[in-house]
Design a protein around this ligand. Structure first.
Ligand SMILES: NC(=O)c1ccc[n+]([C@@H]2O[C@H](COP(=O)([O-])OP(=O)(O)OC[C@H]3O[C@@H](n4cnc5c(N)ncnc54)[C@H](OP(=O)(O)O)[C@@H]3O)[C@@H](O)[C@H]2O)c1
Length: 287
């Protein structure tokens, strides 16, 4: 029986990237809709759950994407609500690649490295940075600090994380190179998860730290998010610090993304989100 994937995207046009990846993960056909909202997906979900019965249901699955992460999460809830008991299909939620990318950063950093009791600074408090913060805390980091250019905005985010996940992420503001330097001075791990094409970590900030062991950056658009880092760095040692660039992380992210899509078809009752996608990443070798 053919593997069918319903792709619901909150953007007007469903992501080409997400559709390309699922074919490489073994899906036979994608049915893609843009403009998905929590109010218009029920009929599409019924189209998936009422066409194949019993053990054949596992050959149908749903992928939810889109650049608006909260809107995609609402679609995820609406999809769950449209299921009836065992009449359901597996679902993967990866808006803007946030879950697969954050899982990939965390696992790459933890290649032969234990974050237990370490201080981690995450420069960029978007969905990727937020999820990476969760994973580092889950793996025993002593302290995880997340930053944006406004302490007020970062605090709203860390309060939301406390409410949603019960975690204590420390909010900070990085408006100047000096503020980045201060945060990194006694840190062990620095993650650049700022916007594409923006350097959020100048060399003067990371090279002043005597404790930094690892720096990773997910921005693939020049200039890099970290000055002195190269996009192909894959555990490359510079001045005693190990560097991971966006291509090394991106290559692993693709494995996680394909692995998660492929596992959707193992059964009809999975919901792959920020937690379960990380678990999948933990079972894929990073090298
Ligand atoms: N390789 C992949 O597969 C992949 C997939 C997804 C994302 N990404 C990359 O991952 C990065 C993060 O993605 P995202 O979706 O989480 O991004 P996002 O939603 O745009 O978030 C960026 C964050 O950086 C903050 N920021 C902006 N300028 C900053 C500065 N100078 N210093 C510190 N923080 C700053 C922003 O907050 P304020 O504006 O409030 O300061 C915001 O919190 C992007 O570079 C994206 O391209 C890569």
């Amino acid at each position: 029986m053919k593997k069918l994937l319903l792709h619901l995207d909150t953007d007007p046009v469903p992501s080409t990237f997400d559709q390309a990846v699922v074919y490489d993960a073994g899906v036979d056909n994608v049915i893609a809709y843009g403009g998905a909202t929590r109010d218009n997906v029920t009929a599409h979900v019924h189209g998936m759950i009422f066409t194949r019965g019993g053990k054949n249901l596992k050959n149908s699955a749903i992928f939810i994407g889109g650049s608006n992460v909260p809107a995609s999460e609402l679609v995820g809830r609406a999809v769950k609500k449209a299921f009836f008991g065992p009449v359901r299909v597996s679902v993967m939620l990866d808006p803007n690649g946030s879950n697969t990318t954050a899982a990939a950063i965390a696992r790459k950093v933890m290649t032969n490295y234990d974050v237990k009791d370490k201080k981690v600074v995450i420069l960029g408090a978007g969905p990727v940075g937020q999820r990476a913060a969760l994973y580092f805390l889950q793996e025993g980091a002593a302290q995880v600090i997340i930053t944006s250019r406004s302490l007020e905005r970062t605090k709203v985010i860390t309060d939301q994380m406390k409410e949603a996940y019960g975690v204590d992420v420390i909010p900070a503001e990085t408006r100047s190179d000096e503020s980045v330097k201060k945060l990194l001075i006694d840190a062990h791990v620095a993650i650049a998860s700022g916007p594409a094409g923006v350097c959020v970590c100048p060399k003067a900030a990371w090279s002043a730290s005597k404790t930094l062991e690892i720096i990773a950056d997910v921005n693939a658009v020049p200039p890099m998010g970290v000055e002195g880092l190269e996009v192909m760095d894959n555990g490359t040692e510079k001045e005693g610090v190990r560097f991971y660039g966006a291509i090394a992380i991106g290559n692993f992210k693709m494995k996680v993304h394909r692995g998660a899509v492929s596992s959707l078809f193992d059964s009809n009752d999975q919901f792959l989100d920020e937690t379960t996608i990380y678990d999948i990443a933990c079972n894929i070798p990073t090298e």
